[in-house]
Each structure stands twice: as C-alpha cells, then as structure tokens.
Design a protein around this ligand. Sequence first.
Ligand code: SF4
Length: 672
Amino acid sequence: MKPEPIIHLTPGKRVLFLTKDPELIRRQLRGEIDLQMRDLTIDDLLDDINTDAMTPAWVCFSHKPEDIARDAYAGLIVDGKRLFEHDALINGNFEVIVSGYRKGVGSSRETATQCEVWSGIRIAVAASFAPIHAGNNINQGLLMADHAMLERLQAGEGIAIEELCKGRDAITQLVIQEGGLFPFAKAVARGEIDLPVPNTPKRPMTMGEKILARHVLSAGNRQPTTDNQVYVKPGDAVVVEVDGGYTHEFTTAQVHYFLEQEYGPEYTIKNPQKFAVFEDHLIYADDVARMRPFMPKIQTLRDLQRAFQQHTGCRDFSAVDNISPGICHEVAREYIIDPGDFIQATDSHTCMGGVNNALAWGVGATEYANLVHSGFTQVEVSESIRFELTGTLRQNVTAKDVMLFILLRYAKPQRTLDRIMELTGPGLRSLSMDERATLANMATECSARTAIIEADEKTFAWIAAMRPGVDVDALRARAVSPDPGAEYAGGVHTIDLSSIQPMVAHPGDPDHGIPSDPTNGAFVADVEDTKIDIAYAGSCTAGKIDDFLFYHQVAKEAVDAGLKVAEGVKFYIQFGSQAVETFARENGLLDTFERAGAVVLNPGCGACIGCGPGVSEDSEQVTISAINRNYKGRSGPGKLWLASPLTVAASAFTGHVTAYTPGMFAKELVGA
Ligand code: SF4
C-alpha cells in the first residue's frame, strides 16, 4: 500500500517494544500494558535480533507470507519456551515494532520481513538495521524509523515520508514512496515515474562498474559522454537489465505465489531461456530425522516449483528419479552464465557466478519475482576492493585456504563489507577455473556484495568445454577487465599465494560470546589436537571436479598405504553436479573412495544446510567440513570446522584436524 505523504500512528493500533526483559514482551502480547518510547532507553531494547529468531528454517517451509506470519518470532526462545506463541504477533493488533541495534542480522531471509508485514506491522523502529534486512523491508513496503521519530509519532506528530527516505539513493527513495518494489515497478510500467538518469562523466571503471554500466536501462536519456558510452560510479542509482537468474525449491514457490498475486494467474516472465529452476536444496531432507515432519510442506514446495517451471517455460533442472542434477550455483556456471552477464538468483552464494567473469548476487523472493517479470532491477553501484594474486600455491594449499585467509585478514575488519571483490593477477591465472570458483563462492561469507574474477583463455576454454558449440569469440568479446586507474575504495591488496598455509575456521564458542563464524581463521599448524567424528566433502564450494581430485589425491595415498577412514569417523563425499559425478566415475575416483570406506552421495546440497546425510546429531560431535559457513546449528548441533578439501580428506584418515602433506601416509607406513 502506498504510504501517506505524512505518516501518523493509527488510532487503536499498538506499538510493540521488544525489550530485553522477556516478561515485558509477554505482558504487551497479552494486552496488559502499552509502553511509550519516552519511558524507555535504547539499552532496554533487544539488539541483534537475527532472521532465524524471526523466522526459523522450519517456518520457511511455508511459502505463503500469511502462514509465515502466524509463527512470527517463533525462534525467540526464553528458558526453552517460545516467547511468541502461534498467532501472537497478529493477535496483538500492533502496527509498530521496536528493537535496539542491528535488527535483522543473520541471513538474507526475506521471510523475516514478511512475518512482520503480514502481521500488520507498518513501521519497524530500530537503532540500526542489517543492510540486507533493510533492503527486504524496503522491497516489502515496511517503513523504517528511529527511536526519536517514534517518540514524535507517539506524541501525535506526523512525519513526512521524505524524512523516512533520508540517506537512501534516488531510486530506493522512489520505492519507499510507492510502498514497495511491486507498486514501484507497476508505476514505472505505467510511465508514472521518471527514473533517474546516470550522468557520470567518462572515468576509468572497475569490472563490476563496467558490467552495470553496460546494462543501464535509462541510458538513452542520459547526457552524452565524450565517447557516447555509459559510465557509473559508486553510489549511482541505476535501473539495469538482468541477463538471467534462477531459484531453487526453497524459494521458487514464493516467487510463483507473488507473481500470481501481483500480475494474475496468466503472468509471464521475460527471457525464460536465461532463467532456471533447480531442485537441489531439500532433495535429501528425508534422510534427516528432524526434517521428516516437514516432508509434506517440502513436497508442496517441490510441486509449486514444477508448476512455476511449466507455467513460465524457464529452464528446468528438476530432480529425476529423486536425484538432483546438481547444486544450482555449480550447474549455472557450467551451463548458463556467460562473461559480462548480470545475474540475480534467490540464494546468497549466487556470487559463485563471478568465476565466469559475470556480476552475480543473491536477492530475496520479492526482488526476484519483480525482475523475472520485468527483466530489470534497480541497483546502487557498490564500491570495489581488489585482490591481486601473485605466486603459486604450495602443494598442500588450495583456494579454500586463500579464502579463509581473506576472511580473517580482510573480512573480519569489514574491509570487504558490501563491496565488489575483484580478483586478478598472475597468481589468479595459475589457478584452475574450479579453484577460482571457490574464491567467488565465498564472497558472501566476506559480507561482500559479490566477487568477480578476471577472465583469461582458461575461462573461455572451460565454458566451451562445458557447452560444446559455444561461440568462444563472442564470450571473449563480452568479458571485462578493470581499466587502468579504476578506483578501489577498499584498496588494492597483493596476496602472494606461496605465503598461504593450510587454514581452518574454528567453530567458536557461541555460549561464551565467540560466534561460529567463517572469519574465525587459524593456521592448522596452530590448532590443538582436535578429534573429529565427521568429515564432509561437498557443497557448492567444494563439490567440483578439482575438489574431487583433491579428495582422491589424499584418499589414494591413504589407501595405497593400507589405510581406511579412521575408526569412529564418517567420511561423506558429495558431488556438486552430475557433470562432476560423470567425471569421477569415468576416471576411476569412486573405486578409491569405496576402498577407503568413504560414503559417496548423489549430487546436490545436503548436510551443508542441515538437510542431508553428513549432519551432526548431537552437540558433542565434531565435524571438519569443506563447506563455506560454520554458523552454529547450520549443519546439525555439533561443532563445525571449515577447512580445505585436502585438509578435510587428510583429517578423515587421521581422525584429527590435520593438514595434508604429500606422502604423509607413506611415512606412517614406513614408521609402522
Ligand atoms: S551447498 Fe550449501 S551453501 Fe551451497 S547452495 Fe547448497 S545449501 Fe547453499
């Protein structure tokens, strides 16, 4: 709904304060008290309310926001009990919800916003909002205000909508004023909105800026530049065409539902051959006991995805005979993404597409539904940070170690935050495409906007090998490189690959204030003796052909030395895609894994998202994993260490967190 030009509180509606004192929340929910901001301080309010507390994963198995709202804040648990019972937020008759700092941290989960909007919340008040959550609020038409504004509203004052737009780029202001992304897009389609025109003069550009500049939609109206090209700079608000994208069965149902609601059952999408659906995330969920109660809802998600695919004619990567064709990000780089593309998909690891010299990042269901229907989206141009890689990796080090190093050195102090990470240099060119994909994949763990990898002949040859018949000259022509003199607000940093050592990210100790975080980097050599129960080798980060070659390299050495997977350890190896599986079968890798005693799993996501074999089952279990995130609870209740494919495989055979050293098992044999 389009907000009034002057915002007032609605007589009869209530304001809910999420206080640190849970009893105060209970009393507000029971309707016993109504609080005033002037009687509280920001310190009285809950900070860091995360998206998991607002809508835990099980709530997200529902695709209708009205159903999701019924379990709003179901993850806010006090003394083992839900603070918000079923329907509590809806029944409270609230229109404002108030909290402290960093509201909406955690994931990009748009359901967190939906649970409030569909409970009747019109204004969210906080001292600060996590950036992605703020974006979701804007797209859903949820207004955001600070505590001083709330005091004024509660005193009966009206606040101009322009004041709630302060600090936002020009297009975002229009989205807020229209009441969200769908109303904004419809107003654009009706010709009621003049989009801002980029008038940035000629300047050297980064790779990300070049791709966005090429895709600017309102370019025809701009002031001509000296060479008649479009230029952009960080902070510019632009409307850009989207080349392609994809959803998976965790998100497609909502996209389908939103499009039907907004544009009717006969809605269409632009360019269906460049958009796709994947069945990869929940395909093996019934192997996990705590997921079984949700199987009927999961089946509904699958059915609705099929309905969306049939309705739109988009590319279909559904499971066949319950086997996934692979993880969306891996398959998308194999078959969909071209150099120079601008790609949007409903998953935070969409950034992996940057390996093909594309600009790619994840968006929520609303943003995706809007762009897949219209073919364009609005973007604020991000700053960039550049990493020049030199040297070559040591024999026991992989790109995963490089990323764990970047996470520790650059992401932890927030130097990559919301920036486009560019990776270039002679060291990069020494890496295979699969290793480069690992670098792009983990940009989201760096809280970066995305990552983009400079292309070379390896890039074009790899794409051509995956897609026989592709026009390599056309790929080459679309690729971008940074201009000399391009500006990097995050700086240009040289990383000598030969200086990187095997690394892990430790699981932290969330109960004592040390979060489980991928930036918890440490050298394996410095890790105290740590026994493991599970080694997991797979995911979009580490289920590629080269990762399988790493697993095999270690397993073969171990098997040749007469070893099997360590007693008491389960070693799971999962293909990232069917192309990876075909390679492994045709090259005899599976025989070695079988002789080693590893469990080889069908392609797809799985343990990584807590939905497949390889999850931990109790809090004492220790996992070493080649996946990308170690957030508490994501892959079961145990402790999860992140490591490279080589370290994961070596640890599977030693039973402890162990870096791989070539010949390490042969030495054991000699020693025995
Ligand atoms: S493998 Fe894990 S991180 Fe990658 S897309 Fe699947 S669930 Fe997400």
